[in-house]
Design a protein. Structure first.
Length: 256
Protein backbone atom coordinates (compact mmCIF):
# COMPACT_ATOMS: atom_id res chain seq x y z
CA UNK A 1 0.00 0.00 0.00
CA UNK A 2 1.08 3.55 -0.73
CA UNK A 3 0.36 6.99 0.72
CA UNK A 4 0.43 10.01 -1.59
CA UNK A 5 1.62 12.56 0.95
CA UNK A 6 0.99 15.67 -1.18
CA UNK A 7 -1.78 15.92 -3.77
CA UNK A 8 -4.11 18.68 -4.93
CA UNK A 9 -7.35 16.81 -5.56
CA UNK A 10 -8.92 20.18 -4.73
CA UNK A 11 -7.50 21.69 -7.95
CA UNK A 12 -9.77 22.81 -10.78
CA UNK A 13 -8.14 20.19 -13.06
CA UNK A 14 -10.21 17.52 -11.26
CA UNK A 15 -13.59 19.26 -11.29
CA UNK A 16 -14.98 16.85 -13.89
CA UNK A 17 -13.70 13.50 -12.64
CA UNK A 18 -12.34 13.60 -9.08
CA UNK A 19 -14.29 10.46 -8.10
CA UNK A 20 -12.74 8.48 -10.95
CA UNK A 21 -9.26 9.82 -10.12
CA UNK A 22 -9.66 8.72 -6.49
CA UNK A 23 -10.91 5.28 -7.56
CA UNK A 24 -7.90 4.80 -9.86
CA UNK A 25 -5.64 5.63 -6.92
CA UNK A 26 -7.35 3.05 -4.70
CA UNK A 27 -7.12 0.46 -7.50
CA UNK A 28 -3.37 1.17 -7.77
CA UNK A 29 -2.86 0.49 -4.06
CA UNK A 30 -2.79 4.10 -2.89
CA UNK A 31 -4.93 3.67 0.22
CA UNK A 32 -4.41 7.12 1.77
CA UNK A 33 -4.00 10.60 0.28
CA UNK A 34 -3.13 13.92 1.88
CA UNK A 35 -4.80 16.82 0.09
CA UNK A 36 -3.03 20.16 0.49
CA UNK A 37 -4.98 23.41 0.59
CA UNK A 38 -3.01 26.62 0.10
CA UNK A 39 -5.59 29.44 -0.12
CA UNK A 40 -9.25 30.01 0.77
CA UNK A 41 -10.76 28.10 -2.14
CA UNK A 42 -8.44 25.08 -2.05
CA UNK A 43 -8.59 24.76 1.73
CA UNK A 44 -12.39 24.72 1.64
CA UNK A 45 -12.33 22.01 -1.04
CA UNK A 46 -9.77 19.99 0.92
CA UNK A 47 -12.03 20.06 3.96
CA UNK A 48 -14.97 18.91 1.84
CA UNK A 49 -12.93 15.95 0.59
CA UNK A 50 -11.86 14.83 4.08
CA UNK A 51 -15.52 14.75 5.10
CA UNK A 52 -16.44 12.65 2.05
CA UNK A 53 -13.64 10.08 2.10
CA UNK A 54 -12.36 8.28 5.22
CA UNK A 55 -8.91 7.73 3.68
CA UNK A 56 -8.30 11.37 2.69
CA UNK A 57 -6.58 13.82 5.06
CA UNK A 58 -5.84 17.52 4.76
CA UNK A 59 -2.95 19.92 5.18
CA UNK A 60 -3.98 23.58 5.45
CA UNK A 61 -1.86 26.68 5.00
CA UNK A 62 -1.02 29.55 2.68
CA UNK A 63 1.22 29.33 -0.38
CA UNK A 64 4.20 31.73 -0.55
CA UNK A 65 3.34 32.90 -4.08
CA UNK A 66 0.07 34.29 -2.68
CA UNK A 67 1.55 35.53 0.61
CA UNK A 68 0.58 39.11 -0.21
CA UNK A 69 -3.11 38.08 -0.14
CA UNK A 70 -3.02 36.40 3.28
CA UNK A 71 -4.66 38.26 6.17
CA UNK A 72 -4.56 37.77 9.93
CA UNK A 73 -8.14 36.52 9.62
CA UNK A 74 -6.98 33.85 7.17
CA UNK A 75 -4.35 32.65 9.64
CA UNK A 76 -6.92 32.57 12.46
CA UNK A 77 -9.18 30.48 10.22
CA UNK A 78 -6.33 28.06 9.45
CA UNK A 79 -5.62 27.79 13.18
CA UNK A 80 -9.26 26.92 13.85
CA UNK A 81 -9.23 24.23 11.15
CA UNK A 82 -6.12 22.70 12.70
CA UNK A 83 -8.33 21.34 15.48
CA UNK A 84 -10.11 19.06 12.98
CA UNK A 85 -9.02 15.44 13.57
CA UNK A 86 -8.23 14.91 9.87
CA UNK A 87 -6.08 18.03 9.49
CA UNK A 88 -2.58 16.59 9.78
CA UNK A 89 -0.22 19.46 8.90
CA UNK A 90 0.27 23.17 8.26
CA UNK A 91 1.25 24.25 4.76
CA UNK A 92 2.23 24.32 2.18
CA UNK A 93 4.27 27.28 3.29
CA UNK A 94 7.80 28.41 2.55
CA UNK A 95 9.41 30.63 -0.08
CA UNK A 96 9.08 30.90 -3.85
CA UNK A 97 11.51 33.28 -5.53
CA UNK A 98 10.67 32.07 -9.04
CA UNK A 99 7.36 33.93 -9.23
CA UNK A 100 7.35 37.59 -8.19
CA UNK A 101 3.74 38.14 -7.14
CA UNK A 102 4.64 38.46 -3.44
CA UNK A 103 7.76 40.37 -2.29
CA UNK A 104 10.42 38.30 -0.55
CA UNK A 105 10.00 40.08 2.79
CA UNK A 106 6.22 39.43 2.72
CA UNK A 107 6.81 35.73 1.97
CA UNK A 108 9.37 35.44 4.74
CA UNK A 109 7.12 37.03 7.34
CA UNK A 110 4.20 34.74 6.45
CA UNK A 111 6.55 31.74 6.46
CA UNK A 112 7.63 32.59 10.01
CA UNK A 113 4.02 33.06 11.11
CA UNK A 114 3.02 29.65 9.78
CA UNK A 115 5.97 27.90 11.43
CA UNK A 116 4.89 29.49 14.72
CA UNK A 117 1.29 28.46 14.03
CA UNK A 118 2.41 24.87 13.44
CA UNK A 119 4.21 24.96 16.77
CA UNK A 120 1.14 26.38 18.51
CA UNK A 121 -1.16 23.64 17.19
CA UNK A 122 1.56 20.96 17.34
CA UNK A 123 1.40 19.85 13.72
CA UNK A 124 4.21 19.24 11.21
CA UNK A 125 4.91 22.01 8.70
CA UNK A 126 5.02 21.26 4.96
CA UNK A 127 7.62 23.28 3.09
CA UNK A 128 7.47 24.66 -0.45
CA UNK A 129 10.85 25.85 -1.71
CA UNK A 130 11.60 27.24 -5.14
CA UNK A 131 14.87 29.05 -5.80
CA UNK A 132 15.12 30.01 -2.12
CA UNK A 133 17.02 27.22 -0.36
CA UNK A 134 19.38 29.40 1.68
CA UNK A 135 16.59 31.53 3.12
CA UNK A 136 14.30 28.53 3.71
CA UNK A 137 16.92 26.66 5.75
CA UNK A 138 17.95 29.80 7.64
CA UNK A 139 14.37 30.63 8.65
CA UNK A 140 13.64 27.04 9.67
CA UNK A 141 16.65 27.20 11.99
CA UNK A 142 15.83 30.67 13.34
CA UNK A 143 12.23 29.68 14.09
CA UNK A 144 13.17 26.37 15.80
CA UNK A 145 11.19 24.40 13.23
CA UNK A 146 12.67 21.20 14.63
CA UNK A 147 10.14 21.50 17.47
CA UNK A 148 7.41 20.19 15.17
CA UNK A 149 9.47 18.92 12.26
CA UNK A 150 7.79 18.47 8.94
CA UNK A 151 8.24 17.67 5.27
CA UNK A 152 10.39 19.12 2.52
CA UNK A 153 7.77 18.81 -0.21
CA UNK A 154 8.81 17.73 -3.72
CA UNK A 155 12.44 18.04 -2.72
CA UNK A 156 14.84 19.04 -5.48
CA UNK A 157 17.91 20.17 -3.54
CA UNK A 158 21.24 18.62 -2.69
CA UNK A 159 22.03 15.66 -0.47
CA UNK A 160 23.88 18.03 1.88
CA UNK A 161 20.85 20.30 2.33
CA UNK A 162 18.61 17.24 2.76
CA UNK A 163 20.81 16.13 5.65
CA UNK A 164 20.54 19.61 7.22
CA UNK A 165 16.76 19.34 7.04
CA UNK A 166 16.75 15.78 8.40
CA UNK A 167 18.72 17.11 11.40
CA UNK A 168 15.78 19.47 12.02
CA UNK A 169 13.31 16.54 12.13
CA UNK A 170 12.17 16.95 8.52
CA UNK A 171 11.39 14.16 6.09
CA UNK A 172 12.38 14.42 2.44
CA UNK A 173 9.52 13.89 0.00
CA UNK A 174 10.26 12.89 -3.58
CA UNK A 175 7.82 13.26 -6.45
CA UNK A 176 7.66 12.87 -10.21
CA UNK A 177 10.95 14.69 -10.95
CA UNK A 178 12.93 11.75 -9.48
CA UNK A 179 11.81 9.79 -12.57
CA UNK A 180 13.04 12.41 -15.06
CA UNK A 181 16.14 11.32 -16.97
CA UNK A 182 18.01 14.59 -16.34
CA UNK A 183 17.05 14.93 -12.64
CA UNK A 184 20.50 14.38 -11.16
CA UNK A 185 19.90 15.79 -7.66
CA UNK A 186 16.60 14.01 -6.88
CA UNK A 187 18.13 10.74 -8.06
CA UNK A 188 21.19 11.34 -5.87
CA UNK A 189 18.96 12.08 -2.89
CA UNK A 190 16.93 8.93 -3.54
CA UNK A 191 20.16 6.94 -3.68
CA UNK A 192 22.00 8.45 -0.71
CA UNK A 193 19.27 9.29 1.83
CA UNK A 194 18.05 6.42 3.98
CA UNK A 195 14.47 5.20 3.51
CA UNK A 196 13.98 6.14 7.17
CA UNK A 197 13.81 9.77 6.03
CA UNK A 198 11.92 9.54 2.72
CA UNK A 199 8.32 10.04 1.63
CA UNK A 200 6.67 9.80 -1.79
CA UNK A 201 4.16 12.18 -3.35
CA UNK A 202 2.71 13.27 -6.68
CA UNK A 203 1.96 17.00 -6.23
CA UNK A 204 -0.78 16.13 -8.72
CA UNK A 205 -2.08 17.55 -11.00
CA UNK A 206 1.47 18.84 -11.51
CA UNK A 207 4.83 17.12 -12.17
CA UNK A 208 3.61 13.85 -13.65
CA UNK A 209 6.32 11.18 -13.57
CA UNK A 210 7.91 9.66 -16.66
CA UNK A 211 6.47 8.42 -19.04
CA UNK A 212 3.51 10.75 -18.37
CA UNK A 213 5.58 13.94 -18.12
CA UNK A 214 3.67 16.98 -19.35
CA UNK A 215 0.25 15.40 -18.80
CA UNK A 216 -2.12 15.79 -15.87
CA UNK A 217 -0.73 13.93 -12.89
CA UNK A 218 -2.86 11.92 -10.45
CA UNK A 219 -2.26 10.02 -7.20
CA UNK A 220 -2.29 6.56 -8.84
CA UNK A 221 1.04 7.50 -10.42
CA UNK A 222 2.82 7.76 -7.06
CA UNK A 223 3.62 4.09 -7.64
CA UNK A 224 6.04 5.16 -10.42
CA UNK A 225 7.90 7.38 -7.93
CA UNK A 226 8.25 4.41 -5.59
CA UNK A 227 9.43 2.18 -8.45
CA UNK A 228 12.19 4.63 -9.40
CA UNK A 229 13.41 4.94 -5.80
CA UNK A 230 13.45 1.14 -5.59
CA UNK A 231 15.45 0.95 -8.80
CA UNK A 232 17.98 3.52 -7.61
CA UNK A 233 18.39 1.79 -4.25
CA UNK A 234 18.30 -1.69 -5.79
CA UNK A 235 15.63 -2.89 -3.38
CA UNK A 236 12.09 -4.28 -3.86
CA UNK A 237 9.41 -1.66 -4.51
CA UNK A 238 7.40 -3.30 -1.70
CA UNK A 239 10.08 -2.15 0.72
CA UNK A 240 9.81 1.44 -0.52
CA UNK A 241 6.01 1.28 -0.20
CA UNK A 242 6.17 -0.16 3.30
CA UNK A 243 8.78 2.21 4.71
CA UNK A 244 7.45 5.42 3.16
CA UNK A 245 3.97 4.51 4.38
CA UNK A 246 5.29 3.97 7.92
CA UNK A 247 7.10 7.33 7.75
CA UNK A 248 3.95 9.11 6.57
CA UNK A 249 1.72 7.57 9.24
CA UNK A 250 4.23 8.64 11.88
CA UNK A 251 4.82 12.24 10.77
CA UNK A 252 1.08 12.84 10.23
CA UNK A 253 0.09 10.83 13.33
CA UNK A 254 -2.42 8.79 11.40
CA UNK A 255 -3.45 5.47 12.92
CA UNK A 256 -3.12 2.68 10.35
Amino acid sequence: MYIDTHVHLNAHQYEEDVKEVIQRAIDAGVNKMVVVGFDRVTIEKAMELVEQYPFIYAVVGWHPVDAIDCTDEDLEWIESLAAHPKVVGIGETGLDYYWDKSPKEVQQELFRKQIRLAQKVNLPVIIHNRDATGDVVRILKEEDAQLTGGIMHCYGGSVETAKECINMNFLISLGGPVTFKNAKMPKQVATDISLDHLLIETDAPYLAPHPHRGKRNEPALVTLVAEEIARLKDIPVEEVAKRTTENALKIFRISN
